[in-house]
Design a protein around this ligand. Structure first.
Ligand code: ADP
Length: 616
């Protein structure tokens, strides 16, 4: 009972979500369901009237007017239905579109810790797969509601046209007539109809459940199939490795074996469909025989005119399909709830970091000071601290290098600084106030960052640097020049309008890792924020470009504060301040000379270890 209540609550929530995504769509769908359900009954009812008028020998005018009404009613219903179909198909594509956008925006808005969490990826994957394979989730709910409503109205219309079958009194009396018109026989006939309904319902809902299970089991197969297709076969980035390592045969055989699995899966699906639809057909044929007999005898006894045979039989058949469909859709609704629940779980994930209230006006504040106070941190769902009791001050107009071996917690420190994660213990302050108290956008505006795994998008070069559709061309060029990209820019015939990569533009240019890194640096400079964070900014650069960046570093960063993260100590020498991280702890702090003077220290050890390779 609790489950039923939860299911109903979830469906109502889903309906509200549908109305929120595209208002008016549901009302249109209700109206269309009435017309779609009405359509067969127009003919059933009018055919009965026409046959009755012939058998009762009405005037030809009457017959003609019935024929005209039939044609007009059919025309009207068809016209309204096709108009509604047209409007609904437009609204429905808008609905699908907004639904997709909402889902994508949610990913961009949710907390970064959720984005990095593999559980989020798995959840989203399941939602997408369910939607692709059996229209699950919100789209599935919309479809099920449409079907449910249409079946509901079919049942309603069929009952209204059948009810008189059981209650029309006989004109003559005899024991046989009394038997045929007895309420017991009516109840028996009604029970037979219900048995048929339940047989059909049972077989179609079992089929639905089995199909759902089959589809669910096919998810893994589908995931692998898509992975091969998108990541190996049609992705040109893999082309080099496939050729060099001769992987064609390996991939082809894996792919072929997947297709074999698909064949078995499709066979199972159609076998299932045939089996259960046979059961429904046999049961319906048996029911039709009994109903024909019952109605035929009543007509022969003169209880009603011949035309009603058409009306009753037509309506009862509509009732059976309508009722079966209605009940099946209830099952569909409940199985669909599994995916709907995932959808809401996803959409209800917390959005961005807590929005603080304090505002920051970059132009009014002359000095920014950031302080890590006893900050410790462990990633969600993990046991070990990756930062331990970190105490560190960062000032504007000074440069800080954070050095240490891989995995020592340098990037994690930046993630905390950028409010991508919240410290597990301790606080980070900006000018003495906890950073979470500042408005998120204001706070984020004081940082320009080049991440280790920075992303350049397949837009125009200028748009990439400015991170905006409209931008200041000369400022973009200045930033590209500072980042060392100017020579490459002069080879691009479309200049700043040149598309990067070929995803959307066949004239797009492929850029190397080093070139991409220069563009990312230019993007950081264009933002003109007081803090510039460079996480391994020269990792993908060639030695010449690396030298260029270092020698011009002060010019590049200007009077901003630079936080420079690297495991290459030689690249950090020029910084005012150097923080040495080791296994999540800040173990040394000072300038290059003072750190190097400590011969027992980690910095000295790292410096000498790396110098060996540079000298070699
Ligand atoms: P560094 O930048 O010094 O190379 P990181 O800050 O990237 O080091 O990583 C510090 C530790 O945190 C590493 O052990 C790494 O595996 C772990 N780590 C990084 N990101 C995550 C994450 N999203 N979830 C769990 N552990 C992580």
């Amino acid at each position: 009972m609790k489950k039923l209540k939860d299911d109903i609550v979830l469906i109502v929530k889903g309906i509200k979500e549908i109305s929120g995504i595209r208002s008016g769509l549901l009302s249109l769908i209700i109206i269309r369901s009435i017309f779609s359900a009405l359509s067969p009954f127009v003919n059933i009812y009018m055919s009965a009237l026409i046959i009755n008028s012939i058998t009762e020998k009405h005037a030809i005018d009457y017959l003609l007017s019935l024929a005209v009404i039939t044609v007009a009613a059919n025309f009207l219903v068809a016209l309204i239905s096709s108009l509604l179909n047209h409007i609904i198909s437009i609204r429905q594509s808008e609905f699908n579109w907004i639904y997709q956008i909402n889902k994508s925006c949610k990913i961009m808005k949710m907390t970064y810790s959720a984005v990095e969490d593999p559980a989020t990826h798995y959840l989203l994957q399941k939602i997408i797969e369910a939607a692709n394979m059996n229209n699950g989730g919100i789209i599935g709910l919309l479809e099920a509601i449409q079907n449910l409503l249409q079946h509901f109205f079919t049942v309603l219309f069929s009952i209204s046209l059948t009810i008189s079958l059981f209650f029309t009194p006989p004109l003559i009396s005899s024991p046989f007539v009394s038997f045929i018109t007895s309420p017991y026989l009516s109840v028996l006939i009604f029970i037979i109809i219900l048995i048929n309904v339940f047989v059909s319902m049972y077989s179609s809902s079992t089929m639905e459940k089995k199909m759902y299970l089959l589809m669910k089991n096919a998810v893994q197969f589908n995931r692998t199939y898509t992975y091969y297709l998108e990541n190996y076969i049609t992705n040109y980035h893999t082309g080099k490795d496939i050729r060099i390592y001769n992987q064609q045969d390996l991939i082809r055989s894996e792919y072929v074996s997947l297709l074999d699995t698909a064949r078995v899966f499709i066979n199972k699906l159609s076998h299932n469909q045939i089996k259960y639809s046979m059961v429904t057909t046999i049961s319906t044929v048996l029911l039709s025989c009994i109903i024909y007999l019952y109605i035929g005898i009543k007509a022969l006894l003169g209880i009603f005119s011949v035309g009603y045979i058409v009306q009753y039989i037509g309506s009862i058949i509509q009732f059976t399909t309508g009722f079966t469909g209605f009940m099946t859709q209830l099952v569909v609704l409940r199985t669909n709830n599994e995916v709907l629940k995932l959808y809401f779980e996803f959409m209800n994930m917390p959005d961005d970091v807590d929005q603080g209230t304090l505002s920051i006006n970059k132009s009014h504040v002359s000095k920014f000071e950031i302080e890590f106070k006893h900050v410790s941190f462990k990633y969600p769902h993990t046991e070990n601290y990756v930062l331990k009791n970190l105490n560190l001050k960062i000032n504007t107009k000074k440069s800080l290098a954070v050095v240490g071996m891989n995995g020592s917690g340098k990037t994690t420190m930046i993630k905390l600084l950028l409010r991508l994660y919240t410290p597990t213990e301790g606080t980070i302050t900006l000018n003495g106030i906890d950073i979470s108290e500042y408005q998120y956008n204001d706070y984020i505006n004081i940082f320009s960052v080049v991440f280790q795994d920075f992303q350049i998008f397949s837009f125009g070069l200028g748009q990439n640097v400015a991170a905006s559709t409209f931008y200041d061309q000369s400022k973009v060029k200045t930033c590209l020049k500072k980042a060392g990209f100017f020579d490459r820019l002069s080879t691009m015939s479309k200049g700043l309008d040149t598309s990067l990569y070929k995803d959307f533009d066949e004239d797009g240019v492929e850029i190397s890792g080093g070139e991409a890194q220069k563009i990312a640096i230019a993007r950081a400079l264009y933002k003109n924020a007081p803090f510039v964070v460079l996480d391994e900014p020269t990792a993908a650069l060639d030695p010449v470009a690396e030298y260029e960046i270092y020698s011009k570093f002060n010019e590049i960063v200007g009077n901003k504060s630079a936080i420079y993260i690297s495991h290459r100590l030689s690249s950090c020498r020029f910084c005012d301040d150097i923080a040495v991280f080791h296994k999540g702890e800040l173990i040394q702090h000072g300038n290059h000379d003072s750190l190097l003077a400590d011969k027992e220290g980690k910095y000295y050890e790292l410096w000498n270890a790396q110098a060996q390779y540079y000298n070699a």
